[in-house]
Design a protein around this ligand. Structure first.
Ligand code: CA
Ligand code: CA
Length: 190
């Protein structure tokens, strides 16, 4: 019984620890992580996938945006210079989308944040706190609405693993302990 309580406490501690871990994805080229432009960025074991139907992903040392094929586009911004640009992103885990951080957000700049293309909210701020939960099959979208464009500098999430994997770990631990106890009892008897 003591062992079962112990496994439960360890499991709960692991669960809390994983839940509390915030992960920051800096999309600018500060660390020269060039894979971001190819659409994949792994931080702390979580893979962020990025793409755009409007053009090519483009990062500089201080900005992240979309390079639209149209003439006159600001390549380091999500803007509407050559048609309203859209950025899509998703994760290979479940979690909560905590914060989106932008720069070059002027008074006329606004953009919409949606999950799976439905509804969404329009923002005009450097720091946006969507507090949206997601699974690995959800896709977020940032769409230019008005103004001369914004740089999508970074985002942060809290990763929450599927409960099944944590439960399986706990059950595995319990099975191991009960087998040990059984072996111990058999040894005591023989
Ligand atoms: Ca652009
Ligand atoms: Ca702007």
């Amino acid at each position: 019984m003591k062992a079962k309580v112990c496994v439960f406490i360890v499991g709960a501690a692991l669960w809390t620890n994983v839940q509390a871990a915030g992960i920051l994805f800096d999309l600018r080229d500060t660390a020269y992580t060039s894979s971001i432009e190819a659409g994949s960025y792994e931080v702390d074991g979580v893979i962020l996938s990025l793409s755009s139907p409007s053009g090519v992903l483009n990062q500089t040392t201080s900005n992240f945006g979309i390079n639209h094929a149209g003439a006159g586009d600001d390549t380091a911004q999500i803007d509407g210079d050559a048609g309203a640009e859209v950025l899509l992103f998703s994760f290979d885990t479940s979690g909560v989308l905590e914060a989106l951080n932008f720069s070059s957000v002027g008074g006329s700049d606004s953009f919409r944040v949606t999950k799976n293309g439905a509804g969404g909210l329009i923002y005009s701020a450097n720091s946006v706190l969507p507090n949206l939960s997601f699974t690995a099959s959800d896709v977020f979208e940032i769409e230019h609405i008005s103004g001369n464009g914004v740089s999508f500098d970074s985002l942060s999430i809290t990763a929450i693993p599927e409960p099944s994997s944590t439960l399986l770990l706990g059950m595995g631990g319990l099975a191991l302990l009960s087998r040990r106890k059984r072996t111990h009892r058999i040894r005591m008897l023989s």
